[in-house]
Write a protein that binds this ligand. Sequence first.
Ligand code: SAM
Length: 165
Amino acid sequence: MESRIRAGERVVEVPQARDAMLHFIGRIHTPWSIRSDCPRQGREDGPDCRVEVFAPWAEALLGVEGYQHLDLLYWLDRARRDLVVQNPRNDGAHYCGTFALRSPQRPNPIGLSRVRLVGVEGATLIVRGLDCLDGTPLLDIKPATCAFSPQTAPHPDPDPIRPPR
Ligand code: SAM
């Protein structure tokens, strides 16, 4: 079910979806069945969660056990897709555009979490650091290595639009 719009939030009419031919490659099993129980962002000291990878993709897990951390991309299937301005604190005072937030409500509700790999049981990964509802569809798994390599680490912005707070 979609969340309700808060006072002052703005929605748009969503254009007809074009099929990107995505495959749901698995399903994520977490202890949370309602949104208010989910953490806003996962933590490594959070509970073990199970990431089930469906056939025929299980073979693509070959080698993942060599990584301590993985980036998981998932489809926040119970999110609204029409919100452009949001009031994340629900206080009627602070508004942000969707692309300035990690809110689940977005045109393409893709969630991204860097998780700690705790174990591999056949086609199921045991991970810590998730924040999604039980049954959330899985889009992709990537090893979390290069994001912090010297070649790809982000450089400090020499000319920020706004000075960091
Ligand atoms: N870590 C991801 C990211 O930064 O892209 C997701 C962050 S989002 C703030 C996490 C929140 O999304 C949870 O606290 C919960 O309220 C909501 N959520 C989790 N699973 C969802 C799902 N399957 N559909 C819609 N909302 C979901």
